[in-house]
Design a protein around this ligand. Structure first.
Ligand SMILES: Cc1cc2nc3c(=O)[nH]c(=O)nc-3n(C[C@H](O)[C@H](O)[C@H](O)COP(=O)(O)OP(=O)(O)OC[C@H]3O[C@@H](n4cnc5c(N)ncnc54)[C@H](O)[C@@H]3O)c2cc1C
Length: 335
């Protein structure tokens, strides 16, 4: 009987698993920050979403999970997403206008609320370093000690999962099969830049998305359209370069990336005031999104040993909704 479950990783996949593991004693270990790649940064009274920029589900079942698990904090981003083309022309385009969610405290607030509302014990700053299969259940070793659980939901990115499978004490052939499968998953690198300005920015759209592959910038957003993110009289623009930019700029400096992002924003929005941000932040996401997944039979075989795998790499789709769906499935199948 599954009574004590360890969820490794507090991204949206881990949060989805915690949400459905109702009536079970759940402990979530997170080595870094809650939210994972749904990352929000905070600076000088501003909040900005620096990994995935919003949560978009486009699926009634997943919407109802978010309503139930984080409806107390989730807020809708009302203005639409438009497109731009290779010449930098902006148009309303064909982008689906599903509901896009964040929270006033940042996108990571959705994940935090899901875990808090699930009643799970959350231990932040505790990384899982080793897994050992017991006759019944798992011995989970962390930075701070070791504990036994009846089952594990492994909801970490592919690279971390690969290391844990490589080193696990787990005699079943599935261990090596999982490690091997993970090593073949390609990831895209993405660069994010935040630009802050001392004035408000009016745009009829919240975000601009590039028509696939036509420009080095993939995404631009006006964070001022997100409730609670930017104080009155200020603006934050997020620029995400597409994967091609990291290929052509493998050794970029943060300052060079910020300058390139600033230039693109000035060109795209046609506003010379944007040439001088008051401050900026830059981050390269080495393993931003997987572009392929694993064979579904691996999920089923791991489950036979009380281990459920979750995360965008399980579905092979680098999207928040895929990660959530996989976490829900992992939790439900364990139950
Ligand atoms: C720049 C960027 C842009 C994106 N744009 C979009 C977008 O437009 N639309 C979209 O839908 N998706 C987008 N994504 C993808 C989306 O963010 C991910 O698909 C989704 O958040 C993955 O969730 P996850 O729970 O699977 O993994 P993660 O969010 O990575 O969570 C895994 C967690 O596990 C923790 N962890 C790792 N190892 C351990 C360990 N050993 N012990 C304990 N904890 C551990 C990590 O710290 C992390 O918090 C983007 C991602 C990035 C980076």
């Amino acid at each position: 009987m599954t009574e004590r479950v360890c969820v490794v990783g507090a991204g949206i996949a881990g949060a989805g698993a915690a949400h459905v593991l109702d009536g079970v004693d759940v402990t979530v270990f997170e080595m870094d920050t809650v939210g994972g790649r749904m990352a929000s940064h905070r600076r000088n009274g501003c909040v900005f979403d620096f990994g995935a920029n919003y949560l978009e589900l486009g699926d009634a079942d997943l919407e109802s999970v978010i309503e139930d698990a984080a409806g107390d904090v989730a807020v809708e981003i009302e203005p639409p997403v438009w497109q731009f083309d290779a010449s930098g022309e902006i148009a309303e385009g064909q982008t689906p206008q599903n509901t896009r969610w964040t929270t006033k405290e940042g996108l990571d607030g959705i994940v935090r609320a899901m875990i808090e509302n699930s009643g799970a014990d959350l231990e932040v700053g505790v990384g899982v370093t080793h897994l050992e299969r017991l006759t019944d259940g798992w011995l989970v070793r962390t930075d701070t000690g070791e504990r036994e659980f009846d089952a594990v939901v492994l909801a970490v990115p592919g690279a971390s999962a690969s290391v844990l499978f490589e080193t696990a004490d787990w005699g079943a052939p599935i261990r090596a099969d999982l490690a091997g499968a993970l090593d073949t998953i390609p990831y895209r690198t993405m660069d994010s830049v935040a630009l802050h300005y001392p004035f408000e920015l009016e745009t009829p759209f919240f975000g601009l998305v590039s028509e696939e592959g036509v420009y080095d910038v993939a995404w631009v957003s006006n964070e001022g359209h997100k409730p609670g993110h930017v104080p009155d009289g200020e603006a934050i623009v997020i620029v995400q370069f597409g994967p091609g930019w990291a290929v052509t700029h493998p050794q970029t400096s943060p300052a060079a990336a910020a300058e390139a992002a600033t230039q693109r924003v000035v060109e795209l929005l046609g506003d010379d005031r944007l040439t001088e941000p008051t401050w900026w932040e830059y981050q390269r996401w080495g393993d931003a999104v997987p572009t392929r997944g694993i064979d579904d039979s691996l999920f089923e075989r791991a489950l036979e040993d009380d281990l459920a795998i979750a995360g965008d790499w399980v579905e092979g789709i680098g999207r928040t909704r895929a990660a959530l769906r996989s976490g829900l499935r992992a939790g439900r199948e364990l139950l």
